[in-house]
Design a protein around this ligand. Structure first.
Ligand code: AMP
Ligand code: MG
Length: 287
């Protein structure tokens, strides 16, 4: 079985040009149907591992999803992360910052949403918008955004080292044609028309600028402690397969253990359960 963690990770220090990455790649499977059993197996394992994480209460996992419009960020939340137990999992969408948020440093609104011990946090967009949309549209001057790559790396290192968090960052890579065809499908599907915004089409004019800013993000912020993965995402099912496998393998490596019981099980059994059985036997006899 292919090791997608190894295949798609951005090795720290490597200079990324996205034209060298094929968004159409889909490995050995030819269709959703043939990939489905493997995806389902991954989701089942993810559920078991999350149960352990919650019980052990030592590790946490932060999943960052970035990509151009219609790359499938919402789809990953729905199809891959949907099976997780909500008591140990929080998903946050980062939209345009409010007045109060922009009056602070760019990480101020992000920090409260990082995962607590025992839990998983999903960022649908993230602090990376502050070196993506902000840079493309000149929402902050270069002398401000150019410092943010190091600030982001420092912030992520803090979370990893201080709170035993594992960070996985996924760039969902689609082609420009695939984006247009997804916009068209939204236009024709009453269930999804609500997702269309004027800015989606306007942002297409900035496609090349976004690619360049993403390349910088991938080059400067893929680190040992918080690696980026470039996920070929023209095929939604392959995107789900690759991401679910990477998450499962990473969680498996945490080697999480269920905590030992803190009570005297034998005593409890004797005192409450055998007594109860005895009581029932007594009742049965009386009847
Ligand atoms: P959506 O994910 O489609 O709901 O759109 C959210 C919008 O918020 C996108 O257009 C993002 O570019 C924008 N956004 C998110 N974070 C920021 C930020 N820090 N500064 C400016 N715009 C942002
Ligand atoms: Mg959108």
């Amino acid at each position: 079985m292919s090791n997608y963690r190894k295949k798609f990770v951005v090795n720290p220090g490597s200079k990324i040009r996205l034209k060298h990455f094929d968004p159409d790649y889909h490995g050995k499977h030819e269709s959703h149907k043939s990939a489905l059993p493997e995806i389902q197996e991954n989701l089942k394992k993810m559920d078991e591992l999350q149960y352990r994480m919650y019980a052990e209460n030592k590790h946490s996992l932060l999943i960052v999803l970035q990509g151009l419009d219609a790359a499938g960020k919402d789809g990953v939340v729905r199809h891959v992360l949907t099976g997780l137990n909500p008591s140990g999992c929080v998903s946050t969408n980062f939209k345009e910052p409010t007045k109060v948020e922009v009056a602070h440093d760019f990480l101020w609104r992000v920090h409260p949403h990082v995962p607590a011990k025992g839990s998983i946090a999903i960022f649908n967009r993230s602090h990376y918008e502050d070196v993506l949309v902000v840079r493309v549209h000149g929402l902050a001057p270069e002398k401000v955004w150019s410092k943010r790559y190091d600030q982001i790396n420092d912030f992520e290192r803090l979370i990893v080292t201080e709170n035993n968090t594992t960070i996985l960052k996924f760039f969902l890579h689609i082609s420009k044609d695939e984006q247009l065809s997804r916009f068209k499908k939204r236009l024709d599907d009453p269930e999804r028309q609500w997702k269309i915004s004027d800015s989606d089409y306007k942002e297409r004019e900035y496609w090349d600028d976004y690619i360049k800013t993403f390349e910088d993000v991938l080059t400067k912020t893929s680190t040992e402690q918080a690696p980026w993965f470039i996920i070929p995402s023209n095929h939604k099912w392959f995107r789900d397969l690759a991401i679910s496998q990477i998450i499962v393998r990473q969680m498996d490596d945490m080697n999480m253990q269920l905590p030992k019981s803190t009570v005297n099980l034998a005593e409890i059994r004797r005192e409450y359960h055998q007594a109860k059985d005895g009581e029932n036997a007594h009742r049965r006899k009386k009847r």
